[in-house]
Design a binder for this molecule. Structure first.
Ligand SMILES: *Cc1c(COP(=O)(O)O)cnc(C)c1O
Length: 426
């Protein structure tokens, strides 16, 4: 077998020469071809919710495949698509009542952006094509999603001429015992006020990763801040888009961040955990208000957007099976575990800014490097964790844990012990 035909994502080609070969997955563990096991501390890039190899989801996919594997989704519908939409909506704020399916997180974001722009266009407001977004944001790698993401990492430099104009706001990143949080929040809200005052009539809306910026370094904000943003956006009559691709399905300790923050966005993007990590699927959820702007006989009002595999029945069946496992709310136990197990690490002289929310915990390693995604400590840490049998993928000097919900307290303790040992050994 040869891995040289598989061009890996987010991986320099030279660095990918000897990838680990995975044979199977069981619960929180991955089994390599050589028989060794590694503990999956990041839910395989944040998609796996209930552990690897969950029979309930595998069987749901199998039975659905024997019944109906795929059907053109324009003008035809099927049980799994409707049941999944209904099930997900029942856990979101009441105003959200309509679901548009796509393929992954990036397409869920593209749909949201296009929906927001056309919402205004259909009302004769053709100049409202700009978005407000946050420094440090990550919304995906397609052109539109990349355009609303942070541009300081350098990832998007070759594509600058292709990206559209976005107004960026500071992100009031916070952690345990943060004394400056109100100052940071006030500065960000002031920047929002100014943008709305000076350019308010150019914006369609604002996009935000609610409560936690993921790929930007597991940067938390407070619910109060999201409420402040919502109040200002509502007063200006603009749309608020929540990118819950990472935070959705229990990650923050509630079903969704918008529920936890007691806010009611106009559009919500979902993917990653939606099928329990079994099949790709994206969804963009919205309100009656937004949907109603697309009503009418004039065909120019229609949302002319779609993907070949929209509402794929297998993915929807997986999503339904995952939702049933979610209803036991296995995500609620983690925050207290993180706090108990993280306590010793918090006092370590090389660790700072510990934070935990729901199933996610993060901390920063004091390093000599630049900080940020390309901090030199990232690859070193990753290799040391793997050598110790734990799959963690630090974002530069930010070490984070984002476990599947089947993870036991003992397994989580093993992850913390490994972090402590690796940091100690640096
Ligand atoms: C991963 C992620 C995306 C992109 O999702 P893909 O499925 O990788 O395209 C978008 N937004 C957020 C917040 C994400 O974490």
């Amino acid at each position: 077998m040869n891995s040289s035909t598989f061009w890996m994502p987010f991986t320099p080609i030279e660095a990918a020469k000897n990838p680990l070969r995975v044979a199977s997955g069981q619960g929180s563990w991955l089994v390599l071809e050589d028989g060794s096991r590694i503990l999956d501390g990041i839910s395989s890039w944040w998609v796996n919710l209930h552990g690897h190899g969950r029979k309930e989801i595998a069987e749901a996919i199998y039975h659905q495949a024997l019944t109906l594997e795929q059907v053109i989704p324009a003008g035809l519908t099927h049980g799994p698509a409707e049941a999944l939409a209904e099930g997900v909506l029942s856990h979101l704020p009441e105003a959200l009542c309509r679901m548009f399916y796509s393929d992954d997180g990036s397409t869920a974001v593209e749909v949201a952006l296009k929906m927001a722009v056309q919402y205004w266009w259909n009302q004769g407001e053709t100049r409202r094509t700009r978005f407000l977004a946050f420094e440090g944001a990550y919304h995906g790698d397609t052109l539109g999603a990349m355009s609303v993401g942070d541009r300081s990492s350098g990832f998007s430099d070759p594509f600058r001429p292709l990206m559209f104009d976005v107004a960026y706001l500071p992100w009031p990143s916070t952690w345990d015992n943060d004394e400056d949080i109100e100052l940071k929040e006030n500065a960000a809200l002031k920047a929002l006020d100014e943008a709305l005052e000076n350019h308010g009539d150019t914006f369609a809306g604002l996009i935000v990763e609610p409560l936690i910026q993921g790929a930007g370094g597991m940067r938390f904000c407070r619910p109060e801040f999201l409420l402040g943003v919502q109040n200002r956006m509502k007063a200006a009559g603009l749309l608020v888009i929540y990118d819950e691709v990472m935070t959705g399905f229990g990650r923050t300790g509630e079903w969704f961040s918008c529920v936890k923050a007691k806010t009611s966005p106009d559009i919500v993007c979902l993917s990653k955990g939606i099928t329990g990590g079994f099949l790709p699927l994206g969804a963009t959820v919205t309100t009656k208000k937004v949907q109603d702007a697309f009503l009418g006989d004039d065909s120019s009002r229609t949302f002319w957007h779609g993907h070949s595999y929209t509402a794929n029945p297998l993915a929807c069946a997986a999503g339904l099976a995952s939702l049933r496992l979610m209803e036991k709310e296995p995500f609620r136990k983690f925050e207290s575990w993180h706090r108990e197990l993280g306590e010793a690490l918090q006092d370590h002289p090389r660790i700072r800014r510990f934070r935990a929310m729901g199933t996610i915990a993060a901390m920063e390693l004091l390093s000599d490097g630049s900080g940020g995604y390309f901090d030199a400590s990232g690859p070193l840490l990753r290799k040391a964790f793997l050598d110790a049998g734990v799959l963690l993928r630090p974002l530069g000097n930010v070490i984070y844990i984002l476990p599947p919900y089947c993870t036991t307290r003992e397994e989580l303790a093993l992850i913390y012990e490994t972090i402590a040992a690796v940091v100690e050994g640096l």
